[in-house]
Every structure is written in C-alpha cells, then in structure tokens.
Design a binder for this molecule. Structure first.
Ligand SMILES: [Zn+2]
Ligand SMILES: [Zn+2]
Length: 130
C-alpha cells in the first residue's frame, strides 16, 4: 500500500477490517444497453435481459468499487474507497445508509478510466469528500 492516510492506526494493527463491495461489474456495467436493445435476430443476452425482471435485479452490476472500513485499537474508524467511477453515486446512495458510512477518509484510484474515476460524478459524503 502506498501512502497511509493519517487517521489509520499509528501502530498499523487494525482490530477490524470490513470490505463492502459497491460494484462488481464491468466498465460498462450490467445491464449493457446494447444487450437490452439488441435486434431480435441476435442471440439474446440472458444476464442483461434478466435485469428487467424483479428476480433478475440481483444481476445488476455497477462499476467495480469497494469500501474498506478499518477500525483501530482506539476504535477510530477509517474508510477508504477504491475507485469512484460512473456508477459510484448510485452505489453510495444504496449502500452507505445501510452500512452507516458517512465519511470517506481516502480514495484509491486504480486507473484513469470513467469506471475508476468519473470527473462528472459528484457525491458529497459527510464533510470531507465532494
Ligand atoms: Zn449482456
Ligand atoms: Zn476501466
């Protein structure tokens, strides 16, 4: 790991680490619009088409992203998000309230594509990240 955010435990020994998947999809996400709008003479994509059904909503996949929450011995919590691409705002809106995430202390970007960091995207979390 490169530079360590200042709020990580000083002795480097966290007492708890939680990993929350915010997205596990491709760079274009699932469903892929081309699959949803494919002409009838093309083989249908069952995965993408399934997302149009209630049961198939579980197949929706946003851009790959995770939130890593580290709790130190002093019980201070540090949240690091890896990648904040095109679908980050929707993922944060769905998952942050469910897991009580209110603040991002650091963002790690894996690459400079729109699925890793989206310049048009804005998501204000707590008072630190905009
Ligand atoms: Zn598809
Ligand atoms: Zn990419």
């Amino acid at each position: 790991m490169g530079s360590v955010p200042p709020s990580l435990p000083v002795d480097g020994s966290p007492t708890g680490i939680e990993l929350l998947f915010l997205g596990t999809g491709t760079s274009s996400s699932i469903p892929y619009i081309d699959c949803l709008t494919a002409p009838s003479n093309r083989k249908p994509c069952k995965t993408c088409l399934s997302t149009l059904t209630l049961d198939g909503k579980r197949n929706i996949r946003r851009n790959t992203s995770v939130a890593l929450r580290v709790t130190g011995r002093d019980q201070k919590t540090t949240t690091i998000v890896i990648d904040v691409g095109k679908t980050f705002q929707a993922a944060a809106a769905e998952w942050f309230p469910k897991y009580g995430l209110r603040q991002i202390d650091a963002v790690l970007l894996t690459h400079a594509h729109a699925d890793g960091v989206y310049p048009g995207g804005r998501c204000k979390v707590g008072n630190k990240v905009d």
